[in-house]
Design a protein around this ligand. Structure first.
Ligand code: ZN
Length: 291
């Protein structure tokens, strides 16, 4: 992932290639091609938007719910480059638009909204939400940026899946213009974006984000200001699962101890299962009683 400044500092842009993290997520959740496309696009966007935050530890969540067969798409990324994501129904399928083109819009649906939650480590997170445009994610985010953050942006997201369902490429960009951009540079940027070959083609042939960036921002004097590795990483832990159990309350915990004698909690993102035996549950129950 790279952060780029162009057009005399009046254009800021992010380019990411996230094929590996998507492949990892596909293996964990057994994603259908269209689920992989929806999740890969959302993961790319979330990873880039996390770089708009200010400090280590801050994170961003994107939730898209359009009423389509995939259910909710949920991605979380932090400033340090860790990304995770899931969809409610990972095996959901839709009819392709053409043999090569997956119908992400139909899989997500457009009867709903996109929600962006920024956790900056303060007491309350910032939450922005905007109705979906077409469920294709890039257009939905463009509208979100414009109306919820008053930030004119161009968002490009693309995922290509192999015939064996593995991920060929996943990548994208977010390009934002600042108020003092000159008319000439704005027109040049617009014409670059208008005449761009399909993004999936760019990422397939050029592969790395920097080469893609130089093609997209040709003539606008782009400078890479930062490079960062983005990876799939789930931050679930036994401690967090213990906290979740304690938050059920003493009454609920007592009944689990009596009826089942053990508990298994599965992380929704990485599907790791955490086991708790009777003795451990009793200990948590004592903590729950103290709260
Ligand atoms: Zn996990």
């Amino acid at each position: 992932m790279i952060r780029v400044s162009a057009g005399n500092g009046q254009i800021r842009a992010f380019f990411v290639r996230n094929s590996d993290m998507l492949e990892r997520t596909r293996e964990i959740h057994q994603l259908s091609p269209v689920a992989a496309a929806a999740l890969g696009r959302t993961m790319a966007a979330t990873a880039m938007m996390a770089q708009m935050l200010k400090a280590s530890g801050q994170k961003i969540t994107i939730r898209i719910n359009g009423g389509g067969p995939l259910g909710t798409v949920l991605c979380v990324a932090d400033y340090d480059g860790n990304v995770k994501g899931l969809v409610d129904y990972p095996q959901a399928e839709t009819e392709n638009i053409s043999p090569e083109k997956l119908n992400v819009g139909a899989a997500i649906g457009k009867d709903g909204e996109i929600t962006v939650i920024k956790d900056l480590g303060m007491k309350t997170p910032y939450i922005g939400t905007y109705p979906l445009t077409n469920g294709e994610i890039a257009e939905d985010l463009t509208a979100y940026f414009l109306h919820s953050e008053q930030q004119p942006s161009s968002v490009g997201l693309s995922v290509k899946v192999n015939v064996d369902y593995s991920i060929l490429t996943s990548g994208g960009f977010i390009i934002q213009v600042l108020p003092d951009i000159s008319e000439k540079e704005l027109r040049l940027l617009e014409s670059r974006l208008l005449n761009l070959p399909p993004l999936s083609e760019l990422y397939e042939t050029l592969r790395d984000p920097e080469t893609v960036m130089h093609t997209v921002l040709d003539g606008l004097n782009p400078i890479v200001s930062e490079e960062k590795k983005v990876v799939f990483h789930c931050d679930c832990s036994r401690e967090r699962m213990e906290e979740a159990l304690i938050s059920l309350g003493a009454k609920e915990l007592s009944s689990i101890i009596e009826e089942d004698g053990h508990a298994e909690i599965k992380c929704h993102f990485c599907l790791e299962a955490y086991q708790f035996n009777k003795m451990e549950l009793r200990k948590l129950n004592i903590e729950a009683l103290g709260e």
